[in-house]
Design a protein around this ligand. Sequence first.
Ligand SMILES: Cc1cc2nc3c(=O)[nH]c(=O)nc-3n(C[C@H](O)[C@H](O)[C@H](O)COP(=O)(O)O)c2cc1C
Length: 178
Amino acid sequence: QDDNNRTAIIYLSRTKNTEAVAKLIQAKVGGDLIQLELQKPYPENYTAIVAQVAKENETGHLPPLKTAVEVAQYDTLFIGFPTWGMQLPPPIKSFLKSHDLKHKVIVPFNTHAGYGVGSGFNQIKELCPNSLVLEGFSVKGGVERDGIFLAIKEEKEQEVEQLLAKWLAKLKTNQYEK
Ligand SMILES: Cc1cc2nc3c(=O)[nH]c(=O)nc-3n(C[C@H](O)[C@H](O)[C@H](O)COP(=O)(O)O)c2cc1C
């Protein structure tokens, strides 16, 4: 890796769709790939995690992270997350609220089960008032509810790669300069 690349690609992923997108981004822009893990992992069972996340969103509980990220090393942070309950997953809120992201460039990306990013990108803007938050990328991933886990593979992965290339090119001409 290029030592001058002050970019991190930080992501949360349960069934590896967001991870697949994170890896495609890393292949294009370089930087460090960092998966966020929790001190107390979520339940394996889908119904149980949906209920737990709904409760956390209601109470504002921020689950503690196991992963330590030294954000001072980076200028640009790609932040990847699945849509959970039509919003930002609680661990992403934990990350954004526990780090000083002042003057960082934040580049959000998302996978979902067909209902879109919901309020996720807007919530990132709200939680990062002193950062430059760029236009996000969102694509359909798996549908765990229907037993479809990793969907971003093979032809679908190539399709996503092309969409990503277009998005990154547009960011670059607009504002994102490496
Ligand atoms: C707790 C939970 C809640 C979810 N809520 C939504 C939702 O509100 N809308 C949606 O489109 N997909 C929802 N999904 C599906 C995921 O966003 C989708 O499968 C995504 O691609 C998963 O990314 P991952 O493989 O990186 O974990 C939910 C999944 C989980 C586990």
